[in-house]
Design a protein around this ligand. Structure first.
Ligand SMILES: C[S@@+](CC[C@H](N)C(=O)[O-])C[C@H]1O[C@@H](n2cnc3c(N)ncnc32)[C@H](O)[C@@H]1O
Length: 333
């Protein structure tokens, strides 16, 4: 007997999933062009938006009509006004997600995902076909794209940092190291919530160089977690990093943390966690993205517990947040 997941007729499910790429690509283009920055408080004529972006008004109108039909912009009197979703595409919006929507325009993302078939056939990350040195080496060589990626991570995190801070008491710790902390968005928020703590942001040299270092109680350490010693801390944050790597590399990262850690130190892995039962389509989508783009994967809490057990840590707790992320806490043994 067939298993039915969706209330839509089966043909519609296939049709919609096949064509999801159209709206997705329209969104990437609109974000890349900065269309939302040219839409005012009231409905703005499409010709005005097109002049602002330097593009063809008729084509832009068709792309915006598609997006407005799914709630991104509202079509009014031959022009477009903002909705809550399109406001998030403005460059100056609090929690702007423009960079996140631009991320799939990055050459490596775009071309790699086109090669998903390679991952499925070979079990290898598709990125090997496009950039055999891997995703991070490519970003190192392309600072403009690395900036968009870093801002995309910041934009994505903006949506759930408050939920993480509400779920986990960071004030217990005095030295907090954020390993692969990107532009330092989580650490900055966390130091505000934990006024007695100091923070150390650890990431690749070119990423650390792009961060705003003038933050009280925050220092940066540039390095490679596969080669360089990690700073000593009593809490290590590892947010959306392990999912970029296969199990062997995760063990190398966790073992490097263990070598640098103060006795009894805590690791807080903050990631989407594959549920033991049921399905979370967002986690599954991220998992397939990782399959192609980095060779990493999303994991269950039990899989993370195994990695902890093999790298000198013991799982303590899996703490849900109000959003999609979980805090998986382990202590050094
Ligand atoms: C998916 S991003 C997550 C960033 C941030 N933790 C967040 O959740 O927004 C992964 C991070 O790992 C960093 N990274 C990748 N390889 C690294 C390495 N070998 N050593 C240190 N950091 C690395 C990247 O530069 C990037 O900032």
């Amino acid at each position: 007997m067939a298993i039915t997941q969706s209330a839509a007729p089966p043909q519609v499910t296939i049709w919609e999933t096949t064509n999801a790429i159209v709206a997705s690509r329209a969104l990437h283009v609109v974000a890349e062009l900065g269309v939302a920055d040219h839409v005012g408080q009231q409905s703005t004529p499409v010709a005005t938006i097109a002049v602002g972006c330097g593009v063809d008004p008729r084509s832009l109108d068709r792309v915006l009509r598609l997006l407005s039909s799914i709630g991104i912009f509202a079509r009014r009197r031959g022009g477009y006004a903002h909705t809550d979703a399109s406001l998030l595409l403005r460059s100056d919006a609090p929690g702007s997600m423009r960079a996140f929507a631009r991320m799939m325009n990055l050459r490596l993302m775009n071309e790699t995902f086109t090669e998903l078939m390679h991952s499925v056939r070979s079990g290898e990350p598709a990125v090997n076909l496009v950039e055999p040195r891997g995703f991070w080496a490519y970003l190192t060589d392309h600072p403009d794209q690395a900036r968009v990626f870093g801002e995309a991570m910041e934009a994505r995190a903006a949506a759930y940092i408050a939920e993480v801070l509400a779920a986990y008491d960071f004030r217990r710790f005095t030295t907090i190291a954020d390993i692969g902390g990107g532009l330092g968005h989580l650490l900055r928020a966390l130091l505000t919530a934990a006024p007695g703590a100091t923070g150390i942001l650890f990431d690749l040299p070119e990423v650390v160089a792009a961060t705003d270092v003038a933050v009280e109680r925050l220092t940066t350490v540039a390095g490679d977690f596969f080669r360089d010693p990690l700073p000593r801390a009593d809490l290590y944050i590892v947010m959306e990093v392990l999912h970029d790597w296969d199990d062997q590399d995760c063990l190398r990262i966790l073992s490097a943390i263990r070598r640098g850690a103060a006795p009894g130190a805590t690791v807080a892995v903050i990631e989407n966690i594959v549920p033991e039962t049921g399905d979370d389509p967002r986690v599954n989508a991220l998992d397939v993205l990782m399959l192609a783009i980095t060779g990493g994967r999303e994991r269950t809490a039990a899989e993370l517990a195994d990695l902890f057990g093999s790298s000198g840590f013991r799982l303590q707790a899996v703490i849900p947040t109000a959003g999609p992320m979980k805090v998986v806490e382990a202590t050094a043994v």
